[in-house]
Design a binder for this molecule. Structure first.
Ligand code: IMP
Length: 218
């Protein structure tokens, strides 16, 4: 596990008892994947949206800081343990961008259409930046995922996963979410959006972080 720069020292692992667990995310794609990953563990997932919890402003500059912020707020407001995911796409030639700003790159400006997120526009922005670097630009990229598990008393555990690969253009596939249609994981020729969910779950950054969480807290 490679911590972000502002990572806290490793702490004693606390076990998660069966029962309700808040999924501290308003991103439906993430909530769906986390529900699927939790399915075998006797946990009763309930989403932040179902509990009508507010979506916090992500003020952190690292995946860990944002993951902690989301999980701690949800645990505090709900009185239940809460699991959050902060993740993003890091492109080598763009010095790790969009990174923690991955979701922001999809946000439409007023002149780009109705308020909300447009993932095709976001993928196009990444491709545009690579095109500015010329035809030989390094297309290596990785998805990063930090999971934070917080309890109402303020205790937090965190786990970090990655999936390495490269970017393709144009986007391919209709499965998954976010930037999946342009990301081909190492050792494959299909994008994440061309793989069925079970296959993506066996190799994704989220699954990598999740494996560590399962080994530690269940
Ligand atoms: P945040 O963690 O809420 O700041 O959002 C991270 C963004 O990264 C998501 O909204 C997605 O666009 C992108 N992302 C994270 N994980 C994945 C993935 O598994 N596939 C595609 N895009 C992802």
């Amino acid at each position: 596990m490679t911590p972000d720069e502002d990572a806290v020292p490793p702490q004693a692992i606390r076990k998660l008892a069966p029962g309700k667990l808040v999924i501290a995310s308003h991103n439906e794609g993430k909530v769906r994947e986390i529900r699927e990953l939790l399915a075998p563990y006797g946990i009763e997932p309930v989403s932040a949206k179902e509990l009508d919890l507010p979506e916090p402003i992500e003020t952190g500059t690292t995946f860990l800081a944002n993951a902690e912020l989301k999980a701690m707020q949800a645990a505090d407001l709900s009185g239940l343990p809460a699991l959050s995911d902060d993740s993003g796409l890091c492109v080598e030639a763009l010095l790790g961008a969009p990174g923690v700003f991955t979701a922001d790159w999809a946000e439409r400006h007023p002149y780009e259409g109705p308020k909300g997120r447009d993932w095709y526009m976001a993928m196009g922005k990444v491709e545009g930046k690579l095109a500015e670097l010329g035809p030989d630009a390094n297309r290596s990229a990785y998805f990063a995922c930090t999971l934070a598990l917080a309890w109402p008393d303020g205790h937090v555990e965190w786990f970090e996963g990655r999936a390495h690969g490269h970017l393709v253009w144009p986007p391919r596939g209709t499965l998954g979410f976010g930037y999946d249609p342009v990301f081909v994981p190492e050792g494959d020729t299909r994008t994440f959006a061309e793989m069925d969910p079970a296959e993506k779950h066996s190799i994704s950054h989220r699954a990598d972080a999740f494996r560590q969480l399962v080994a530690a807290v269940f």
